[in-house]
Design a protein around this ligand. Structure first.
Ligand code: GRF
Length: 185
């Protein structure tokens, strides 16, 4: 039976678009806010849920994590690919029997360097000459799960955060769907 993939996204959804174009068996797209990724899922006729998170100080992260888990279970999802998803889950996500070691993430740096939300900016400010992207298992510790694969991207003279991030995303758009395909097999 083919594996059923869920993609979690919060942004422009260009990685989601690449996964769609590469015919991955996406059953469900979950977003946490109104974003282009949600529209892309709709245009492709995929199942989609916009599980809007709140940005207030009393945001209930545990309840939110349980909400996402429920959606994944209801759609009988086997594998979860986070692709620019900006909400951090509680450990419940990674301890769940159904999804243990079945949640993946891509990060725009060569981990373990430059963890966190500003990986591209931090790499540029540090002055590294090579950065890249890392596909890894997602675990409760952010950007720290076992590494599946990486691709190096050169920093060019005159690069801005935007130009460098776009070149990193070019790499992510083939690397991430490719490794997901292998995992699905
Ligand atoms: C990617 O660079 C990913 O590594 C980061 O967010 C970006 C998502 O891009 N966490 P997009 O929204 O798919 O264009």
């Amino acid at each position: 039976m083919p594996k059923r993939l869920a993609v979690l996204a919060s942004g422009t959804g260009s990685l989601l678009q690449a996964m769609i174009e590469q015919d991955l068996p996406i059953e469900l797209v979950i977003t946490d806010r109104s974003c282009r990724a949600f529209d892309i899922a709709g245009e492709a006729g995929l199942g989609r849920s916009n599980l809007k998170r709140s940005f207030s100080v009393d945001f209930d992260r545990e309840a939110y994590t349980q909400w996402v888990l429920r959606e994944l279970r209801d759609s009988e999802i086997d594998l979860v690919a986070m692709a620019g998803y900006m909400t951090v889950f509680t450990p419940a996500m990674f301890a769940d029997e159904a999804f243990k070691m079945r949640v993946f993430n891509t990060h725009p740096s060569l981990l373990p360097s430059f963890k966190g939300d500003h990986a591209v900016r931090d790499a540029l400010e540090y002055g590294v000459k090579v950065t890249g992207c890392t596909i890894h298992w997602a675990t409760e510790e952010l950007d720290a799960g076992p590494i599946l694969t990486q691709e190096a991207v050169k920093v060019l003279p005159g690069d801005t955060v935007e130009s460098l991030h776009e070149r990193i995303k070019v790499a992510e758009r083939w690397l991430y769907p490719g490794i997901l395909r292998e995992l699905i097999r």
